[in-house]
Write a protein that binds this ligand. Structure first.
Ligand code: DAH
Length: 344
């Protein structure tokens, strides 16, 4: 019996040492030390032994069990260690590798232009005013001297939401909202940037959504010469001190008289080239003296107060300033386009 136990021990240890696999090691443990294993089997026969031999065999059996258990534990530790080392070797982290650079953003060229124009007018004492993009027919048209059915409404094809509500087609309604807030008292000196919407088919120079900047000054004794002086400063700061402006008669329902402002072409300086289509001048914005009807409807006394207003499209200004040929570049968010306008 003693020999049998010794044999089992040797056999077990041999198997334990021979394995490289955690699952197999567990199978070995079960097969030798389990309830149905050979050691238990041997011990079952102890009853047939003489009384004085039983403790001796019992002791041997315990030692064999202990030896096998120890061998398994030792092997287990080695195998586990090997497993960890294998993982470490295959999943190595190189802490000396350079990091991936974080791409820095920059202002969108349109934002940059709007801010530049805002700053210019803030420097002349203007404040910024804003209004809703979903606007009432009253503010977008009627209060701007464009009653229902007025033919000039057709100049701006609109997105109506209901009979009385639309996406604003211009930033001019902010003029009216601001005048109302001033309750008939000047001075008013505001610049209003914002998105506007028109039913246009998008192409290189048209977009159903674009940006406008509106200006409004209302006070006592505001004259056309104030408008001209302001626009001259604006044009020269924006496009260069050597630029000239000219005002051409035009029509807007909310101004009288109305003008369109051109700047002299920077390419040919008035000689005529393909940028200015041979005229020497480039159209920049619409402007005029605020129509008395607009002042009166908003609660201002048009005998006491006069004013001027202007409206421009920053996309167009950016296109002229930077030589951008397609307005859609502002909206498709191609970083190769946007990244060209990084500011210091
Ligand atoms: N709202 C006009 C437009 O969208 C632009 C404009 C022209 C605004 C003359 C003005 C102005 O304030 O005085 O076509």
């Amino acid at each position: 019996m003693k020999e049998r136990l010794q044999e089992l021990q040797e056999e077990a240890i041999q198997q334990i040492q021979g394995t490289q696999d955690l699952k197999e090691l567990n199978d070995i443990r079960v097969s030798f030390l389990g309830k149905k294993g050979p050691i238990t089997e041997v011990l079952k026969g102890m009853g047939k032994l003489p009384a004085e031999e039983r403790p001796i065999i019992g002791e041997v059996a315990n030692k064999v069990r202990e030896a096998i258990t120890n061998a398994i534990e030792k092997k287990l530790a080695t195998l586990e260690q090997a497993e960890v080392e294998k993982k470490l070797a295959s999943q190595k982290i190189d802490v000396t590798l350079p990091g991936r650079p974080v791409r820095k953003g920059n202002h969108h060229p349109l934002t940059a232009i709007v801010e530049e124009i805002e700053d210019l007018f803030i420097g002349m004492g203007y404040t910024i005013a804003e209004g809703p993009e979903v606007e009432s027919d009253y503010y977008n048209f009627e209060a701007l001297n464009l009653p229902k059915g007025h033919p000039a409404r057709d100049m701006q094809d609109s997105f109506y939401i209901s009979e009385e509500t639309l996406l604003r087609t211009q930033t001019s309604p902010i003029q009216v909202r601001t005048l109302e807030m001033h309750e008939g008292k000047g001075p008013v000196r505001i610049i209003c940037p914002g998105k506007v919407y028109r039913r246009d088919n998008d192409d290189a120079t048209h977009s159903h959504q674009f940006t406008q900047i509106e200006g409004l000054v209302v006070d006592e004794n505001i004259r056309m010469s104030d408008l001209k002086g302001t626009l001259t400063v604006f044009a020269q700061k924006m496009f260069g001190e050597d630029r000239k402006i000219r005002l051409r008669p035009s029509f807007f329902p909310f101004t009288e008289p109305s003008v369109e402002m051109d700047i002299s072409c920077k390419i040919c300086h008035g000689e005529g080239c393909n940028v200015c289509k041979g005229t020497g001048w480039i159209e920049i914005l619409g402007a005029g003296m605020v129509h008395p009807n607009v002042l009166e409807m908003a609660g201002f006394d048009s005998k006491k107060y006069t004013g001027f207003a202007f409206g421009m499209g920053p996309e167009r200004i950016a296109m002229l300033k930077y030589g951008i040929e397609d307005i859609r570049n502002f909206y498709i968010n191609d970083r190769r386009f946007i990244d060209q306008f990084k500011r210091a």
